[in-house]
Design a binder for this molecule. Structure first.
Ligand SMILES: N[C@@H](CCC(=O)N[C@@H](CS)C(=O)NCC(=O)O)C(=O)O
Length: 158
C-alpha cells in the first residue's frame, strides 16, 4: 500500500511514482514548484520523509522490533519517537512561516508530511518544538482533499 489502479486496469505501486503520474495527469493542479531551487528544496524535504524517516518508522519495522527482536512496547515507542523527532528537527529547519510547507498552496511536501504528523500525534510525540510543521498540518487539515484522505475517512483503512 499504496497501489493505484488506472482507468485501464493497470497497477502502479510506490507513492513517488503514483504522485508523479497523478501530477502529470492533472497539470492545472500541480503539486510542484516553478522555481528550480525551491523545487529542489521541496524535493529534499520530500526525500527526507520518504527515504530517511518513513522506512524506519513503518509498521513492518515496528512489528519486527516487537515480534522478532522481542522489544517491549515502551522500547518500541522510544525507537519511533527517537527517529521521528530527529527527522522533524531536520524538516522544521527547511520551512518558512508560510501557510503550507512551501508557500501558500499545498505541494508534494505537504502530501508527504501530513501522514507523518498524523502518526506522530497517534504515538503521542511532543510537537511543541515543531511550530512550522504543525502550522502546515493544521492548514492542510482544513482542505477537503486532506480531510478525505484521513485514515478514519477511508472505509478500508481502520
Ligand atoms: N515506499 C513505499 C512505502 C509504502 C508503505 O510503507 N506503506 C505503508 C502504509 S503508509 C504500509 O504499507 N505499511 C505496512 C507495513 O509496513 O507493513 C511507498 O512510498 O509507497
Amino acid at each position: 500500500m499504496p497501489c493505484l489502479e488506472t482507468d485501464t486496469g493497470q497497477f502502479l505501486a510506490q507513492s513517488g511514482a503514483i504522485l508523479s503520474y497523478l501530477d502529470a495527469l492533472y497539470p492545472n493542479t500541480t503539486l510542484k514548484l516553478p522555481d528550480p531551487f525551491q523545487a529542489a528544496k521541496m524535493q529534499s524535504f520530500v526525500d527526507m520523509i520518504a527515504c530517511d524517516i518513513h522506512p524506519i518508522c513503518n509498521l513492518r519495522i515496528l512489528n519486527y522490533l516487537t515480534e522478532e527482536m522481542k522489544v517491549d512496547s515502551e522500547q518500541k515507542l522510544v525507537w519511533y519517537r527517537h527517529w521521528i523527532v530527529i527527522g522533524f528537527e531536520a524538516l522544521e529547519t527547511l520551512l518558512d512561516q508560510t501557510q503550507y510547507c512551501f508557500g501558500e498552496q499545498p505541494t508534494l511536501a505537504d502530501v508527504y508530511l501530513i501522514p507523518q504528523v498524523y502518526n506522530a500525534l497517534r504515538f503521542e510525540v511532543d510537537m511543541t518544538s515543531f511550530p512550522k510543521i504543525m502550522n502546515a498540518y493544521q492548514n492542510c487539515n482544513q482542505l477537503d482533499a486532506f480531510i478525505k484522505a484521513k485514515p478514519e475517512n477511508q472505509q478500508d483503512a481502520m
